[in-house]
Design a protein around this ligand. Structure first.
Ligand SMILES: Cc1cc2nc3c(=O)[nH]c(=O)nc-3n(C[C@H](O)[C@H](O)[C@H](O)COP(=O)(O)OP(=O)(O)OC[C@H]3O[C@@H](n4cnc5c(N)ncnc54)[C@H](O)[C@@H]3O)c2cc1C
Length: 416
């Protein structure tokens, strides 16, 4: 039985562990944090969103980004710093922010998102829905005419991609989520989207992999590698050396660091986001929603409401910007007048780093220079949505099978 070592016990690493174990591999996971951590896979908005087939690098992204840089409360921010990796990432992003990239990436993301959606349904069935999967769709809420026009264009593209979608009035939105006051001009309803509770998901995935026989070494940091020719022989960790036949890097925003000493160049930036979780909101929507103009996600989780947003390229720093968290709270109260910004802003914000590739596609597959190294990283704002399909794809790569989704566009070597 081949032995696989996975670095990172986020949603992606655990889904890889589960998929590989189910195919009979011996699997070991190393995770720098202790069990039940605070990483990006825990405090996010928990949306499983086939509607999100448009990569961040899209036409207009650069102009909008530059305008937002001048606004302290904007949803996107690049902390200015002299960092060649950041400069290279921005150049790659600017090159990818065009119609061709969107047209190329959209069907790939749609196929991956739909495959993952199916896998989440199977997972929910298997565990009596301990992951809190709610399949009621997602509302893209627009306060302004211009916002609704922009989302209508995305909805038309969704139709071209055969995704069901409805452009709806504020009255229809009130019918879909009755009893919830929404200050909007209109909305777009994506019935195939769903949401779950990421903390429950992480708890259940951890339980399932351990029950399946996977060994997880918590509080164990990957420091470097031992190589022999074109193969990796072992991972040098804070708890000693661990050998294996295959190595998978699923270290989220830290994945580029993890392979740098191997000479593998992976353009990847941490995209910091924040969330607040309101324990007993005055109104609890039934559906998750995105506040379109504010780029804020709102997700009911049991009796709580999670509100998250901002994309701040600030390296690997997880410190909290009060201005930006206040902007999230203010936006939520604008769209949902029953919420009060000060009630939200007084809660302790959570911060997480999305692992962002410049073209909006994850890195899944092998590096040619090491025959037993495989990447599973760079899922940006879709890591929860895409984790199960990533696990399947990685298992297919290791088994030498032809995956049902073409992996060339996801190659970790596409910038080398
Ligand atoms: C505010 C916000 C809202 C979001 N909402 C959504 C959403 O609604 N839907 C969605 O699909 N996605 C969402 N995302 C994105 C999603 O959370 C991420 O894409 C996803 O969690 C990434 O998972 P991962 O397993 O790749 O990385 P991580 O969860 O970061 O896991 C990587 C793990 O690797 C470990 N690690 C790193 N380096 C080492 C090392 N050297 N040795 C050992 N271990 C190491 C880390 O400790 C970490 O636990 C959101 C993100 C944010 C910030």
């Amino acid at each position: 039985m081949k032995h696989v070592l996975i670095c990172g016990a986020g949603a992606v690493g655990l889904c890889c562990a589960l998929a590989l174990r189910e195919r009979g591999y011996q699997v070991t996971v190393i995770e720098r944090d202790s069990a039940g951590g605070e990483g990006c896979s825990f405090g996010n908005a928990g949306m499983i969103v086939p509607s999100h087939f448009t990569p961040l690098a899209a036409p207009g992204a650069i102009g909008l980004g530059l305008r937002w840089l001048l606004d302290p409360g904007s949803p996107f921010y690049i902390r200015p710093r002299l960092d060649p990796a950041l400069a290279a990432w921005i150049v790659h992003f600017a090159r990818a922010a065009n119609r061709d990239n969107v047209n190329r990436a959209a069907p790939i993301l749609r196929d991956m998102l739909l495959a993952s959606r199916e896998l989440y349904e199977q997972l929910a069935d298997r565990c009596d829905n301990a992951i809190g999967l709610v399949k009621r769709g997602m509302l893209m809420l627009c306060r302004t005419r211009a916002g609704l026009e922009g989302e209508t264009r995305v909805a038309r593209r969704a139709r071209e991609l055969d995704l069901p979608v409805e452009i709806i009035s504020s009255a229809r939105a009130a019918e879909i989520d009755p009893g919830i006051a929404m200050e909007i001009t209109g909305a777009v309803f994506y019935p195939l989207d769903s949401h779950l509770d990421p903390r429950s998901l992480m708890r259940k995935l951890t339980e399932l992999v351990i029950d399946a026989g996977v060994t997880i070494h918590w509080s164990t940091r990957l420091d470097s590698w031992r190589t022999v020719g074109t193969r990796i022989a072992a991972a040098a960790t804070s708890q000693g050396e661990l050998t294996a036949d295959e190595f998978i890097v699923a270290a989220g925003a830290w994945s580029a660091d993890a392979v740098r000493t191997l000479g593998c160049r992976l353009p990847l930036q941490g995209g910091k986001g924040y969330s607040f979780t309101l324990p007993n909101p005055p109104q609890l929507p039934r559906l998750c929603s995105i506040l379109s103009e504010a780029h804020v996600a709102v997700t009911p989780m049991g009796s709580s409401l999670r509100i998250g947003g901002t994309m701040e390229l600030a390296g690997l720093d997880r410190s909290v910007s009060v201005r930006r968290t206040q902007a999230i709270a203010a936006a939520a109260a604008q769209y949902f007048p029953a919420l009060r910004a000060q009630d939200i802003a007084q809660l302790r914000p959570w911060a997480g780093l999305r692992p962002c590739s410049p073209d909006g596609l994850p890195y899944i597959g092998r590096f040619a220079r090491y025959s037993n190294l495989c990447m599973a990283a760079g899922h940006a704002m879709l890591g929860i949505s895409l984790a199960p399909v990533t696990g399947q794809l990685v298992a297919q790569v290791l088994a030498g099978e032809r995956p049902r989704i073409a992996l060339e566009p996801l190659s970790p070597q596409r910038y080398e």
